[in-house]
Ligand binder design. Structure first.
Ligand code: SAH
Length: 211
């Protein structure tokens, strides 16, 4: 089956699983996941499952990404911070849904690969940093001090204080929290100095490694 048709079937599956945000579904209709998976897993590119990528990391499960994007309530004006660029697949989805995306990856090899791929795909609203994402965005350019939306794609022991600091007032962060194989997806909404945290079921991510 052509990748295009497989992509349409995946979107159907996401709809059946309860994803209703049309903008999120449209982004999934557009981004070619086959370019982000390792060549040996090409035939599984549109299965609703995570897959291994280089450096012992994983490209996240499409449904998990969709759930997180839906919780973020993204709009075209949003400035987004992503921790854990990985393959860059979710970064591309974010770039479709928001105004600017700042993405941090600690493993240089992965970041450089994602940078090349995303530039070749024509994205101009993505900014990359190699380093520890728990410290937040620290680059002089673009000089963002806070973000409307923050998405963390690796499991944190606790919500990193720097990320709370960099969440704008009324901003939303989604982050898996936990130490074992299973974690709980947390959604944090900032209301001035208050952080309203709700929990949204189990998930499995590689650990967020802070240096
Ligand atoms: N959304 C990505 C997920 C990749 S897996 C995808 O679908 O491809 C999570 C990524 O987080 C890994 O690449 C890992 O190296 C990275 N990571 C872990 N701890 C990190 C940290 N402290 N800062 C930045 N990236 C981190």
């Amino acid at each position: 089956m052509r990748f295009e048709d497989q992509r349409a079937l995946l979107v159907q599956e996401l709809t059946q699983e309860g994803i209703t945000d049309e903008r999120v579904l449209n982004a999934f209709r557009k981004v070619p996941r086959e370019l982000f998976v390792s060549p040996q897993y090409l035939e599984y590119a549109y299965r609703n499952q995570p897959l291994p990528i280089d450096c012992y990391q994983t490209i996240s499960q499409p449904l998990m990404i969709a759930i997180m994007l839906q919780y973020l309530e993204l709009n075209p004006e949003d400035i987004v911070l992503e921790i854990g660029t990985g393959s860059g697949y979710q970064t591309a989805l974010l770039a479709e849904l928001a105004k600017e995306v700042c993405t941090i990856e600690r493993i240089e090899t992965l970041s450089l690969k994602a940078q090349e791929l995303l530039k070749n795909l024509g994205y101009k609203n993505i900014h990359f940093r190699i380093g520890d994402g728990t410290q937040g965005w620290q680059k002089a350019y673009p000089p963002y001090k806070e973000f409307n939306k923050i998405i963390v794609s690796a499991a944190a022991r606790e919500i990193p204080p720097k990320l709370k600091e960099q969440l704008a007032d009324q901003g939303i962060m989604v982050i898996p929290v936990g130490t074992g194989y299973y974690q709980i997806l947390h959604r944090v909404v900032r209301d001035k100095d208050r952080f309203i945290i709700t929990k949204h079921g189990g998930c499995t991510f590689v650990p967020l490694v802070s240096t």
